[in-house]
Design a protein around this ligand. Sequence first.
Ligand code: AMP
Ligand code: MG
Length: 626
Amino acid sequence: MNKESISGLLLAGGRGTRMGHVDKGLQPFGGTTMAAHVLARLAPQVATLAINANQNLDRYDAFGLPVWPDDTPGFAGPLAGLEAGLRRCTTPYLLTAPCDSPFLPADLAARLFDALQREDADLAVAVTEENGLRQPHPVFCLIKTSLAPVLSAYLAAGGRRMDGWYPQIKVIEVLFEDAQAFRNINTREELQQLDPVRPASLAEVVSCLSSYDPDALPVRDAQRIIREFVTPVRAVEQVALRAALGRVLAADIISPINVPSHDNSAMDGYALRGADLLPDAPTRLRVIGTTYAGRAFDGAPQAGECLRIMTGGVMPAGCDSVVPQEFVQVEGDASLAQIVLAPGVIRPGDNRRFAGEDLKLGSAALAAGKIVRPADLGLLASLGVAEVPVRRRLRVAFFSTGDELRSIGQPLDEGCVYDSNRYTIYGMLQRLGCDIIDMGVVRDDPQALEQALRDACENADAIITSGGVSVGAADYTRDIMARLGDVTFWKIGMRPGRPLAFGRIGSGGRSAYLFGLPGNPVAVMVSFYFFAREALLRMMGAEAPLELMRARSSATIRKKPGRTEYQRGILARGADGQPEVRITGAQGSGILRSMSEANCMVVLHDEQGNVQAGDMVDVLIFEGLI
Ligand code: AMP
Ligand code: MG
């Protein structure tokens, strides 16, 4: 096929009536728009591309392609688009595809073109066969550009049917086997269902579990549902190296050089030829010069010669070993020095670092998804990398709910408490490196709650609330959240922190993931660490599951099998130097003091029963936890 002779035309000139008068081509699909999706599939098949559109011309212009509106007025249908294309096309053939058929075949142009040439036809149209019936797809066709006047005459006479002008030209049908490739999207529902990157609904995610009871959900099932439901933000930004600290790498970093770039010495000493080393007598070598770090020695030691070398100094040609200076005796003065080393103090090859030993040119130095730590900054600097692609920061809005809550600075009325959750949540989000939006305290009032959720949704990627999801409080919360989106209320088999609302809500065309955490101050932290944290990291593009360590329990711990219990603990070295953990203070879910005293959380899993002194348990260490 001669691709150079074909232009591709995207037919996007319709009114979009069936989709509710929206411009079909501009609807979101596959992470872009339907138009962009179809253009991407057409692009490899043709020499140039153009768009036929009759509204939102500025948005179509943004594709950087010619945009051709109909010449025949009044939204006269695809045939008018075809006419506009044929009149302006500068290649001998024009291939058309509609903007609402994102699955068009990759060999559409090739097969239509072959048939057209073979049969010496004017127009080749795609057909499929369903239940023995031929189904033509007249908007998928390849036409000789020279037919423009024929089509214009047909349109001018009032003709509108796609195949109405066929009798005047030579048309051939080309049979495609895959009927699905020609399916078009007509309604918003179809658009949602067929979108390959459309996020799954909670119901779809939940259907993967073998059993599901929202009122008795095991911790690990809740974690799994959350993990599968959330999707990462896509946007990437390029930041200066230092600004990448704590950010999530958006792409693998490929080493542009070998590190180190030359073989070099690992010691201060003498570079020598391993072959000169005598196995059972002292070796004597003449020192012919010095090589310093950063300055290569010009020349190569011959047999019986060596070179004084400093750590990091480039290995001179011919030398393959370094003897540390403390292993040699130096004889003679500077200009005529000799060294003597005893047999066996080093072996050939010792103390030499190889080029690329740290990192090979072309190898992945750091993988996408890594959170950049100080060592990574150094590593990137060692590669000479000045700018790093990172995911954009996640925006997280949070607020506390409850009429009894007072903010710092307000008088503490009778029966009220200061809002502490907003501060623990602030701290935990800050450590994750999110952009945070503190929305304050929201009263226990349906309208206030709905407004807060909508505001949060329109400004953030994720929302964290505390309070108001426990059984007594949840009724109207449930209604509002359900009305705003896909939110489920769970009772999780855990202590503390049984209630949790989770899902995604939408408002003003934006959507955000929602974590409705319980109100109790310890329950908030536990739910954040064990449910929200990993999900937020995933949304940031990072894979950073919680790392639990093992430690010996110093005493018995009472524990009921069938639920996960999180107990505040203090981890220290036991008498034998091994890590040992003891439970700290009262474990009531409102008692923050013991949380503050603790340096870890003991995690007792569902199947576990009472722990005996000396048994090993899982712990989550707070120090270093992001
Ligand atoms: P709730 O889940 O709203 O029923 O709250 C459970 C308990 O947690 C109640 O005793 C609340 O007073 C307390 N609580 C809720 N939110 C906060 C907060 N932001 N700071 C401190 N305590 C809270
Ligand atoms: Mg409350």
